[in-house]
Design a protein around this ligand. Structure first.
Ligand SMILES: Cc1cc2nc3c(=O)[nH]c(=O)nc-3n(C[C@H](O)[C@H](O)[C@H](O)COP(=O)(O)O)c2cc1C
Length: 350
């Protein structure tokens, strides 16, 4: 039996290949293109309004060829903390001064809401074939609700402990997210970055520890990467960065240019843009404040204070304060349709 039979039995796509949900960089057009090419397309929903989520779900249900995935965050929102917010704005003051922005005029705000019964009310009529979560799983009653529609449930693990926790709490499959991965680390049991493992170290240990299928994520950008993941026992793969320069993605021009340049060879984990560690191409904000500056407030409260700075520099054609999410291996980024990226990756399943 091929190794990926476990996953395609659960999620019956042509290839055991998930396009990673990438909030801020794509919507249903990328997901639909990947589905049409035989993979599982994903919709990142963490930053969508109710209306936008509904519209995207209509598109996916109406047009997807094969199974598709909707992705949510399940963090616990922090209590607003005025002192932490002041500290953060103080750390950003030199940039506010340079941009001519009065920090008192900058609204605070969350920007990302966790999965909830209210969100589930919107999703339920669409019964997505797959629902994936980042930062753990929702509460047991919410998870039971998602499963009652028939959705298969996936979540990311960054350690063996998290993978075991997800299996014990009802995940149908686990995404082993290696340290190479772009965007937010899905870590949820420990905030200690020293616990984080690279894909080649994490994947075989998770495969050995679990009874459910394991997908590999982080640094996979071509067929050889897919083959390596499958050789280490993965039942499938989840790939993000390699899709960022496809025409169907909404990645900004500035972000695309950075991904296709030598700058993409230097990524770091940073908390500056949201409050949680996420991997992106090093830019001015990361260099000047340090990527893990202790003044950064709790997730997701860091975002609002950076937003006007980001907008100011982007108007000048600069990425000084722009999150340039990318994995460590951006070598797969090409300006080609998502179907081509999917076909190239799928060559690794033989
Ligand atoms: C631009 C970007 C945005 C991301 N946003 C999300 C997200 O909204 N939800 C999620 O579960 N993972 C998100 N991720 C992480 C991916 O799920 C996945 O772990 C990662 O892309 C795999 O590594 P790779 O980028 O090296 O392929 C994001 C990744 C990137 C590059």
């Amino acid at each position: 039996m091929p190794k990926h039979a476990d996953l395609t039995a659960l999620i019956p796509s042509r290839y055991p290949l998930l396009q990673a949900p990438m909030a801020s960089a794509q919507g249903s057009p990328l997901a639909l293109a990947v589905c049409a090419a035989g993979g599982v397309g994903s919709l990142p929903a963490a930053m969508l309004s109710t209306e936008a989520l509904q519209a995207e779900l209509h598109m996916l249900r109406g047009q997807a060829q094969g199974p598709w995935n909707v992705n949510f965050f399940c963090h616990t929102p922090p209590e607003p903390d005025a002192a932490a917010e002041t500290r953060w704005r103080e750390a950003l003051r030199p940039l506010y001064d340079e941009a001519g922005i009065d920090p008192a005029d900058v609204p605070a705000g969350a920007g990302r809401v966790p999965f909830s019964h209210a969100v589930a009310d919107v999703v339920e009529p669409f019964a997505p074939p797959v629902v994936s979560f980042h930062f753990g799983l929702p509460t047991p009653d919410l998870l039971a609700r998602v499963k009652s529609w028939g959705s298969k449930v996936l979540s990311s693990a960054t350690t063996v402990e998290e993978a075991l926790w997800l299996q014990a709490h009802g995940a149908d499959a686990v995404i082993a997210q290696g340290l190479e991965a772009g965007g937010h680390r899905g870590m949820f049991l420990s905030a200690e970055l020293g616990t984080q493992l690279g894909t080649f170290a994490l994947l075989p240990q998770v495969v050995r520890a679990l009874q459910i299928p394991v997908l590999a994520a982080g640094g996979i950008a071509d067929a050889a990467g897919v083959r390596a993941a499958m050789a280490l026992g993965a039942a499938g793969v989840q790939v993000g960065t390699a899709y960022l320069c496809c025409p169907e993605a909404t990645t900004s021009r500035l972000h695309r240019d950075a991904l296709m340049s030598k700058a993409a060879r230097h990524t770091e984990l940073t908390t500056l843009f949201s409050g949680r560690p996420a991997r992106g191409i090093v830019n001015r904000l990361m260099r000047e404040l340090g990527p893990l500056n202790p003044a950064t407030p709790a997730f997701p409260l860091a975002t609002a204070a950076v937003a006007p700075l980001r907008a100011h520099f982007e108007k000048l054609g600069r990425t000084d304060c722009t999150p340039l999410w990318s994995g460590q291996n951006a070598s797969g980024c090409q300006t080609v349709p998502a179907a081509e990226v999917t076909a190239a990756l799928a060559d690794g399943f033989d």
